[in-house]
Design a protein around this ligand. Structure first.
Ligand code: SF4
Ligand code: SF4
Length: 154
């Protein structure tokens, strides 16, 4: 059930990218440097073809900076956005402040014209994930983490 939900969430967003152009050309693909010390956070129950390491109770996918795009983790597909859940439970795409030191699109989010369909699909993926209790809790907790970091950066 959880695996189906993750697969459905991936399927709705997989064909889309944050810009209507390859954003990797502006930053030298900064989010795909294969940093073995960090990695991308996996969603609860998400399978990956990559090695996984645990950090502070979370599972991180560790890659070498190359992948088959259709098999990349959900966090990579939605980056640099997150299906943010507000305190009233509504879900929308929000620039993910956790990536501000990596992705120039986050620092310039107010000037960048993002793909509207990508943003809509990030939100839709979030609404699909929220049907699973554990994923919903993950969205909620991560959104509160984003709130706290936003306050820190203000
Ligand atoms: S770091 Fe940001 S701008 Fe660069 S490739 Fe990744 S998502 Fe695109
Ligand atoms: S899994 Fe793929 S998309 Fe994700 S960080 Fe690694 S190379 Fe980039």
């Amino acid at each position: 059930m959880k695996k189906d939900i993750i697969a459905r969430a991936k399927a709705v967003i997989l064909p889309y990218t944050p810009l209507n152009a390859d954003c990797g050309t502006v930053c030298g693909k900064a989010c795909c440097k294969g940093d073995k010390e960090t990695g991308m956070l996996l969603f609860p129950g998400e399978d990956t073809a990559f090695p996984v390491k645990e950090k502070n109770g979370s599972c991180l996918c560790v890659c070498d900076g190359k992948c088959n795009r259709s098999e990349r983790p959900l966090s990579c597909i939605i980056f640099p956005f997150f299906p943010y859940m507000s305190e009233d439970g509504k879900i929308r795409a929000r620039a993910d402040i956790r990536g501000i030191n990596i992705c120039p699109l986050i620092a310039h989010k107010d000037e960048v014209i993002f793909s509207k369909i990508f943003l809509r699909r990030v939100a839709r993926a979030g609404r699909i994930l929220a049907k699973d209790e554990e994923c919903r809790r993950f969205l909620w907790e991560t959104s509160r983490e984003i709130d706290a970091l936003e306050r820190f950066y203000k």
